[in-house]
Design a protein around this ligand. Structure first.
Ligand SMILES: [Fe+2]
Length: 230
């Protein structure tokens, strides 16, 4: 059984469409939208391919029409790109985002996966990196072979003995200094964190054509090219 795990696509179709993997199942850990300006093909791809998908904080904010606030960094990028989503997404796609579960447990061929964007304690918003003790504490009462998480945009794999925590990193906006699209494959109990080069200039051209301009376009381009906020 080969499972593709994707997270934090962030409306970057150029990145998502570059993933060339065969898979039996796909799990999506949320944040399909915001930061980029190409949400429709990303949502449609997830609807078509994901066996299960949970809601990220950005899916929630877009679906609930929460105005982004902030004048610096990623918050200002969300301010600049969220209105594009409200223009582009119809009721059906907005409803799809709104109805994504906050967490989900799914058993595939006898292997159990628990999906949550942040952590079980704070499913949408808590950032938790590869901290073994903290994850052990957060996972009290959760019985699953694999806990698939996202949100930090930084990939990691923790083997806690009876459970494994997998963060596939971000498909559409990596933040670990490596600009390549990030995802994970779980095959026959083994975890592979993988990277794929994609046409970043095509992603930038798409944002420009969509109407992103000025400082927001510069910031979005810089993050994609550098794999981090510089
Ligand atoms: Fe994200």
């Amino acid at each position: 059984m080969r499972v593709l795990v994707v997270s934090d696509i962030h409306s970057n179709w150029a990145a998502l469409s570059a993933i060339q993997e065969d898979f039996d199942y796909c799990l999506c850990i949320g944040d399909l939208v915001d930061y980029g300006t190409d949400p429709i093909p990303c949502i449609e791809w997830v609807k078509l391919h994901a066996t299960a998908c949970v809601r990220g904080n950005h899916d929630h904010a877009v679906a609930q029409r929460v105005e982004a606030k902030g004048t610096t960094g990623f918050r200002s990028l969300a301010c600049a790109t969220r209105p594009f989503h409200w223009e582009l997404l119809d009721r059906v796609r907005m409803k799809y985002l709104a109805r994504l579960p906050i967490s989900q447990q799914i058993t595939l061929e006898g292997v159990t996966f628990y999906l949550v964007h942040g952590t079980p304690r704070d499913p949408l918003d808590e950032y938790l990196g590869d901290n073994e003790a903290a994850w052990t504490a957060r996972l009290q009462g959760i019985n699953a072979d694999f806990i698939c998480v996202g949100h930090t945009h930084i990939p990691f794999h923790l083997d806690l003995g009876d459970k494994q925590v997998v963060n596939p990193g971000s498909v559409g906006q990596p933040r670990d200094g490596d600009p390549r699209c990030s995802y994970a494959i779980i095959e026959d109990g083994k975890v592979y964190l993988k990277r794929q080069e994609y046409d970043i200039q095509a992603a930038i051209r798409q944002m420009e054509a969509a109407g992103l301009a000025g400082e927001a376009l510069e910031m979005a381009s810089s993050v994609l090219l550098n794999g981090r906020m510089s």
